[in-house]
Design a protein around this ligand. Sequence first.
Ligand SMILES: Nc1ncnc2c1ncn2[C@@H]1O[C@H](COP(=O)(O)OP(=O)(O)O)[C@@H](O)[C@H]1O
Ligand SMILES: [Mg+2]
Length: 324
Amino acid sequence: MMKKAEWGRRQLKSHESTHSETLAIEVTKLTKTFENKNAVSNLTFKVKSGGFFGLLGPNGAGKTSSINMMSSMLRPSSGEVKLFGMNVNSKPLEIRKIIGLVFQDSSLDRQLSVWENLRFAGMLHNLPMCQITDNAEKLLNLFNLNDKKNKPVRTLSGGQRRALDVARGVIHSPKILFLDEPTIGLDLPTRLRLWEFIHELRVLSGMTVLLTTHYLEEASGCTAVAFLKEGKLVLEGAPNELTSSLCSNVLEIESPKMNKIFGELTAQFGIGKQKFRTAYINLKKHEGFNLSSKLDQIKEKFGSDLTKVIVRPPNLNDVFLWIN
Ligand SMILES: Nc1ncnc2c1ncn2[C@@H]1O[C@H](COP(=O)(O)OP(=O)(O)O)[C@@H](O)[C@H]1O
Ligand SMILES: [Mg+2]
C-alpha cells in the first residue's frame, strides 16, 4: 500500500513546475437572474493556480448558483468564467475533464460499496481500470477509508460519506476542485477532520480548490476568501489581512441585559456591534486607555449581569458582522 508521503512526492513532481501566478479561475461580471431576481450579481474575482479560495455567505447568498456557473452546470445570464484560460460555456466538455465537483447534496449511491462508487465515477470519466484502482487506493488511504472499501455507503458515518464524496470528486485527478458546502450538517470534530483531509489533498496534489461554506470560522485556512451578500461580492482578501485590518482584539461581552448596557459599553470602549445578548467591541493596538482597569470598572458596575467577558483575536465571523 502506498504511504501518504510517497503519494505526495509523486504528485508534487507533477506540479512542481506550475507557475504560481497562473490563473486557475477568472470570474468576470458573472450574473444569474432567476424570475427577475439576481441570485448572483456582477461577480468578479480571480484564483491563482494552487489557491484555496473560500466563497462565503449565509443561505441564499448565491454560493451554489456561482459554483454551478463556474463548473458549467448552469448557464450565466451574463458575464463569463475562464478556467485555466478556457471559457466555461464555449468549452464545457474540456472543462469537465479538468474539474472535480462535489455537490451540496451527496451524489453517492448508498446501496453500492465505497469501491463501487469510486469505480463508477472513474468509469464515467473514461479512466482505464488500472488508473481507477491506483487512484482509489491513494484516496482511500488519504481519507482513512481503507477498511470501509467493500462496505455499502449506507453503513458509513456522515463524515465518512462526505469524505467519500470528495474522493469521488477527485478520482480523475482534476486541476480544480469545486466543493459546495462540504461540511454542512457535520459535527465540529468531523468538520475539522474533513478540512484536514481537503487541506492534505490540496497540498499533496497542487490542486486549486474553491469551496463554499457558511461556517466562516472554517475558512481561516483559505488563501483568500470572498464574502457574498445577496449575490454581490462585498469583501475579498486573505483571511489574516481581513481580520487584522478590522482590529487587533475583540472584546466580547455577554449579558441578558445587553440592550440596557450596550450604550455604556461602547461609550467606555469605543466602536462595537450588538448581536442579541452579546457585544463585540473592536480594540485597536493603542487604545489610549488601560483595558484591564476599565474591565474591572465594568465588572464592578454590572457584576452579576455579565455572563461572559473575554478578549480574543478577531476572526472571520467578526469581519462578517461588520459588513452587515
Ligand atoms: N433554480 C432556481 N430558480 C429560482 N430561484 C433560484 C434557483 N436557484 C437559486 N435560486 C435563488 O437564488 C438565490 C441564491 O441561491 P443559492 O445560489 O442556492 O444560494 P446559497 O447556495 O448561497 O444558499 C436564492 O434566493 C434562491 O432562492
Ligand atoms: Mg448552496
